[in-house]
Every structure is written in structure tokens, then in C-alpha cells.
Design a protein around this ligand. Structure first.
Ligand code: 3HC
Length: 282
């Protein structure tokens, strides 16, 4: 099962990061966005990171040109027909994802592997409605993709073991460390990370400490690169709230229930770094 050409559907923060690491690893990459301006924005982001690398002497101008030469963009799903692997990185909405995979079924060859970068939706539920449920895996990358070493490789009960191994080897070929997970909501990382982030909000609600003190406590006391509130602002409060609700729906355990403060902040539009205000102001 040789993967040479990779399709990445979605060129936002995660999609552009995934496209970047695939092109850096030597794959031919075709990125699809719904509109030309979104595509241009995502490709510009990648070019900007590579240019910074050149300016800092981390990579040569030739290497940058070589990586960008492997990266093409399109707004048409039909163009993804020649891809050996298509990684879906669109909005976390099951209906939108299903619609995309149905469109891909009409254009991709029978051997194409489908992967979803979903953080919390069911891989099984997505796979089951495609024409190739056995050739479907989760490939869950972490933000910022070029810097984070992990990729969770997720199998559903329908995944062909050979496809799973190919996806695992693909993750490794990107220079990432793949871990194997089964399709249980949140997989490994979000199942453990999200309750921790929610607990930090509960600790704040309970007056245990201030935002900076809780952050410093976890950063310096546990050696985490970011405190929980910095990380919440980085991931997005809306994204965390969304994932928490899905985990709670699935397991009905209070540790997954989003605390009222988180909900109020999301309702107020204080979504973290992306909105200029979250637990900190940017
Ligand atoms: N491509 C290439 N280079 C990049 C880049 C990119 N996309 N983004 C940043 N860089 C470069 C920077 O320019 C910088 O270069 P320099 O060292 O030459 O200045 C270098 O990479 C390091 O960047 P930073 O200085 O910002 O790196 P830090 O050492 O401060 O680390 C961090 C930043 C990696 C974000 C670190 O703080 C960290 O690990 N934080 C935790 C992040 C985390 O937990 N992410 C997971 C979130 S959960 C998730 O994603 C799952 C989802 O489902 C919710």
C-alpha cells in the first residue's frame, strides 16, 4: 500500500499544518479549500513559516522551494481523484464530513485511504456511511502541527488491519510519533486532557487560585509547556466546550461536563487567543 500523493481537505490552522508536514516529508500534496481566498490564506501561512525558517537559517531557500513545489491547491473535490490518502480536516460537523466523504466516493479510486483529523466525533460513524468503511482511519494531529510530535492513529471496528498499519507507517514517515488508539470518544489525549482543562476552570470557580497562579502551578510544578488557562486560550474555549459536550454526551460522567464559567465565556464570545480575549487578553 504505497502512499505517494496526499489530499488534505481544509486549509485552516490544522489543515495547513498537516499539508506542510506532508510536503516536508516528501509527499505530493493537494490541499482543497471551499473558496480561493481561504486557500490562498492557508498556503500563505505555510509559505510564511517556511520563509521564517529560511531567515533564521533553519532551512535553505532551495529546500523551501522544493517543499512548496510539492504543494498544490484546489477548490474542487474532483481534483482529489488521484490521491492515495485523503485527510479530512474540515469543520467538526458530522453532516459536513459525511457529505465530503460521499463526494470523495464519487472521485477516488477503490484503494484510496480516507482519514479524518476529528478530535471528538466517531470514526466508526463516519466510516460506516462511506463506500469503503474498511479503508477509513482517524489521524488526529495536534496544534501546532509542525511542532507537535504526536499523531493518534485511530481504528474503528471496521478498519482493515493492513490499512491501519499503512496509516501508522504514514504517521511515522512524517517524523511524528504515532500512538494507536481505538475509536472511543476523545481517543487517548482529549479523554485525559479535556477533564484536566475543565478541572482547572472548576478550581478557578471554587477560588482555589487565580488564573496566573493556577497556570504557574501546573507549568512549574508539573513541567507542562503551558498552564491550563494558556492552553485553553490557545485551543479555543469554544473548541474545548464543544469537545467536552461530546464527551459528556457519550460517557455521562460529570468530569466531562463543561463548567458554567466556560459556557458563559463562550456565550460572551471570549473564545481565547483567536477572539482577542479568553482567560487572558491578547
Ligand atoms: N512551522 C514551522 N515552524 C513553526 C511553526 C510552523 N507552523 N510554528 C512555529 N514555528 C517555529 C517558531 O517560529 C519558533 O521558531 P524559533 O525557535 O526559531 O523562534 C519555533 O517553531 C518554536 O516556536 P515557539 O517559540 O512558539 O515554541 P515554544 O517553545 O514556545 O513552544 C508550543 C510552543 C509548541 C506551542 C509549546 O508551548 C507547547 O507545546 N504547548 C502546548 C501545546 C499543546 O498542548 N497542544 C495540543 C493542544 S490539544 C490539540 O491540539 C488537540 C485538539 O483536538 C484540541
Amino acid at each position: 500500500m504505497q502512499i505517494k500523493k496526499v489530499g488534505v481537505v481544509g486549509c485552516g490552522l490544522m489543515g495547513s499544518g498537516i499539508a506542510q508536514v506532508c510536503a516536508e516529508a516528501g509527499y505530493e500534496v493537494l490541499v482543497r479549500e471551499v473558496a480561493q481566498d481561504l486557500l490562498d490564506k492557508g498556503l500563505k501561512r505555510i509559505g510564511g513559516f517556511l520563509q521564517k525558517g529560511v531567515e533564521k537559517g533553519k532551512l535553505t531557500a532551495e529546500r523551501k522551494a522544493e517543499v512548496l513545489g510539492r504543494l498544490k491547491g484546489t477548490t474542487k473535490v474532483e481534483d482529489l481523484g488521484g490521491c492515495d490518502l485523503v485527510i479530512e480536516v474540515v469543520t467538526e460537523n458530522l453532516a459536513v464530513k459525511r457529505e465530503l466523504f460521499q463526494a470523495l466516493d464519487g472521485v477516488c479510486g477503490q484503494d484510496t485511504i480516507y482519514a479524518s483529523n476529528t478530535s471528538s466525533l466517531s470514526v466508526t460513524e463516519m466510516a460506516a456511511t462511506t463506500a469503503r468503511p474498511t479503508r477509513f482511519v482517524g489521524l488526529h494531529f495536534f496544534n501546532p502541527v509542525p511542532l507537535m510530535k504526536l499523531v493518534e492513529v485511530v481504528r474503528s471496528p471496521l478498519t482493515d488491519p493492513a490499512v491501519f498499519e499503512a496509516a501508522y507507517a504514514f504517521g511515522r514517515s512524517l517524523g511524528k510519533v504515532p500512538v494507536k488508539a481505538t475509536d472511543k470518544t476523545g481517543f487517548i489525549v482529549n479523554r485525559l486532557l479535556v477533564p484536566y482543562l475543565l478541572d482547572a476552570v472548576r478550581a478557578l470557580e471554587n477560588g482555589v487560585g487565580s488564573v496566573p497562579d493556577i497556570d504557574e502551578g501546573m507549568k512549574l510544578g508539573c513541567g507542562y509547556p503551558m498552564g491550563p488557562f494558556t492552553l485553553l486560550d490557545f485551543v479555543g474555549l469554544d473548541t474545548t466546550y464543544f469537545i467536552a459536550n461530546i464527551l459528556f454526551e457519550e460517557f455521562r460522567e460529570t468530569r466531562f461536563a463543561p463548567p458554567p464559567l466556560l459556557k458563559r465565556m463562550v456565550l460572551a464570545g471570549h473564545l481565547g487567543k483567536k477572539s482577542g480575549r479568553g482567560f487572558y487578553t491578547y
